[in-house]
Design a binder for this molecule. Structure first.
Ligand SMILES: C[S@@+](CC[C@H](N)C(=O)[O-])C[C@H]1O[C@@H](n2cnc3c(N)ncnc32)[C@H](O)[C@@H]1O
Length: 273
């Protein structure tokens, strides 16, 4: 399902691995302390960082003396992660079919991967499988456009001007922005003590054209924009840049892009309710 979308996600993130530090990481790294705390990562923990990208969460886990393994389906991301954090282990692999034995890890985290996988429930089920009983899982997810100035500006401009009939069929990434849906899914997958922590992250845009920066930062949005005519792209550019001007400060453009972290504990035994 969604095969073309999945192929473009993999290629898209692969092509952005080299520039990730200057763009996407500016916002995703803000959730790392909350993810590590929610998954109870500590010195000596065996941690799996799923959808690791350039490995920042794995590297942060290692910095507090945990043993971190990262997995990502884009080979260029895995190469970048290895170069960034040589003390961690990084492997190429699919979040929907993890190549690890059952009960291998004390903790599993998925920083902003659920937004991108084609089957979030399968990704959560796989995380549950590779955790030891009592182990903790935590994933971060973006808030929906109704709560997020960043996505209101970016997805709003696309929704207003783009011809969506040329876009590849894709899952609704914001379906998992509903905290109650997340809680229900975590319960259904066998997690206990499910908690949600809010992360008030912001996008402090680099210097330069706001639209161009967004094209460097996203894959999903860029995927749709790249299929539009020059005229439509220009309209999207103008709309985004004009909306972003409202967020101009003396330090540059700063737009709220809130996210949250959902976490739970794998039941320690069959009667652990
Ligand atoms: C927004 S990036 C997040 C990277 C990093 N975790 C962070 O927080 O900065 C999403 C990552 O998920 C990876 N990804 C998407 N779908 C995947 C899948 N099914 N299996 C493994 N990795 C996947 C992409 O290659 C990309 O590196």
């Amino acid at each position: 399902m969604f095969e073309e979308f999945r192929r473009k996600e993999r290629e898209g993130w692969g092509s952005k691995a080299g520039q990730y530090a200057d763009h996407t990481a500016l916002i995703t790294t803000q959730a790392i302390p909350t993810l590590l705390a929610a998954a109870r990562v500590r010195a000596g923990s065996e941690v799996l960082d799923i959808c690791t990208g350039p490995g920042y969460a794995a590297g942060a886990a290692q910095a507090i003396c945990a043993h971190a393994t990262g997995v990502d389906f884009a080979p260029e991301m895995v190469h970048t992660a290895r170069a960034n954090f040589p003390g961690c282990t990084f492997v190429e692999g699919d979040a929907l079919q993890l190549d690890f034995e059952d009960a291998r890890f004390d903790a599993a985290i998925c920083p902003f991967g659920i937004f991108h996988v084609t089957e979030p429930s399968q990704a959560i089920s796989e995380a549950h499988r590779v955790l030891r009983p009592g182990g903790r899982y935590a994933f971060s997810q973006w808030c929906a456009p109704a709560e997020s100035d960043f996505f209101r500006i970016t997805m709003g401009a696309i929704a207003k001007h783009a011809d969506m009939s040329v876009a590849d069929p894709a899952p609704n990434a914001f379906a998992m922005s509903d905290r109650e849906a997340c809680r229900a899914l975590m319960d259904a997958m066998g997690f206990r003590d499910v908690e949600v922590r809010e992360v008030p992250s912001v996008y402090h845009a680099p210097e330069g054209d706001f639209f161009d920066n967004i094209m460097h930062l996203t894959v999903r949005g860029a995927m749709i924009i790249e299929l539009q005519t020059d005229e439509v792209v220009q309209r999207i550019r103008d709309e985004m840049n004009s909306a972003a001007r409202e967020y101009e400060t003396e330090d540059g453009i700063i737009v709220p892009v809130p996210s949250f972290v959902v976490s739970g504990r794998k039941a320690a035994s069959a009667d652990d309710a």
